[in-house]
Design a binder for this molecule. Structure first.
Ligand code: XIL
Length: 332
């Protein structure tokens, strides 16, 4: 009897959480906005992971599987096997795929870090060409360059910056390899108005003026301190959109240190969604993962924070999830 009751209550719970969820993607379609999550192909074989992802999201992005470390075991090899699993999953569930990322200062294989500076432009051109061509027709938008600016908005020294025009060159090469793909510049901590976002804006404006093929700006939005300035972010989105650029929220997560902050976390999720929804130039809201079971935040904060995503470790929707659905449902 006790067993039966236990079974009945867990079946009821599953049913309730299913009807409470399965809304996000449906609501996003109605608002003509993309709602995405960064994913790891290893977990696609976990039924709850795959089911939640397919049911709730109309877009996916590779968390790590399209980075140089994953695609380029050595200078002569391209290994697309893992990344292709994401593309296949997306095709099977009518989801769009964002590509991330063709150029970054970090997460590069050792052989590349050790390569001669004079060889890197050629290596980069080849990497962009082969990768973008491989995913042509499957990846609708690329983060071409990631985090090229430092906190003052200056070009960050890296293996790439020995050639100072590498950012615009990367956009040209990506455009040649797939003229239909939307090309994004993705940046961290440039969401609010300020020195860094001013520099990013100036760069984007200059690119547009000179005909560098850029279509959008990715705002990462990793929120680690439970603070979000709606007005400032809205103004920043507005000025970028006025250049004719799209904005994607690309890596949203809201880290918390205690369960008591689940409510505040939800409020922030709602505010972010509202800011994006209130400007037609903001066309996608994506979180960095979707379940607290798998999130980089624990690792990144030395396990002082976590639980940053809309689903808990058992794939149950959290208040943050409800806040997202409420924002999508409201006509703002
Ligand atoms: C992170 C991944 O989540 C981790 O799995 C990996 O170990 C390091 O990279 N900004 C980015 C993302 O653009 O690519 C980073 O992803 C998080 C910060």
């Amino acid at each position: 009897m006790r067993q039966l009751r236990k079974w009945a209550s867990s079946a009821l719970f599953a049913l309730l959480s299913l009807s409470a969820s399965s809304q996000l993607r449906h609501l996003a379609d109605r608002r003509r906005i993309l709602v995405g999550a960064a994913v790891n192909p290893v977990y696609l074989s976990e039924p709850a992971y795959a089911e939640t992802l397919a049911r709730e999201y109309n877009m996916v992005e590779a968390e790590d599987a399209m980075k140089w470390t994953a695609l380029r075991p050595d200078a002569n090899t391209f290994n697309f096997t893992e990344a292709d699993k994401i593309v296949a999953f997306a095709a099977a569930h009518a989801m769009k795929v964002r590509g991330h990322t063709l150029v970054w200062a970090r997460h590069n294989p050792e052989w590349l870090e050790k390569s001669l500076a004079q060889d890197r432009p050629r290596l980069l051109h080849e990497h962009i060409e082969r990768t973008v061509e491989h995913f042509r027709g499957h990846v609708f938008a690329w983060d071409v360059v990631n985090e090229a600016l430092d906190e003052h908005g200056k070009l960050r020294p890296s293996i790439w910056s020995t050639r100072p025009d590498y950012v615009e060159q990367a956009f040209r090469w990506a455009h040649e390899a797939d003229p239909k793909a939307l090309l994004f510049y993705n940046e961290a901590e440039a969401e609010n108005l300020g020195e860094k976002s001013d520099a990013l804006y100036a760069m984007a404006k200059d690119f547009k003026k000179r005909g560098i093929p850029i279509d959008g700006i990715g705002m990462q939005l990793h929120i680690l301190d439970l603070k979000f300035d709606s007005k400032s972010v809205a103004a920043n989105i507005a000025r970028l959109a006025a250049l004719g650029l799209q904005v994607h929220i690309t890596e949203l997560d809201v880290a918390i240190a205690s369960e008591k902050d689940l409510g505040l976390q939800a409020e922030i999720y709602g505010q972010v969604a509202n800011v994006c929804l209130s400007n037609p130039g903001c066309t996608a809201i994506q979180t960095w993962g979707f379940t607290d079971k798998y999130s980089w935040i624990g690792w990144y904060t030395n396990h002082t924070k976590g639980d940053a995503l809309p689903f808990d470790r058992q794939y149950r929707p959290k208040p943050a999830y409800q806040a997202l659905t409420e924002a999508l449902r409201a006509d703002n």
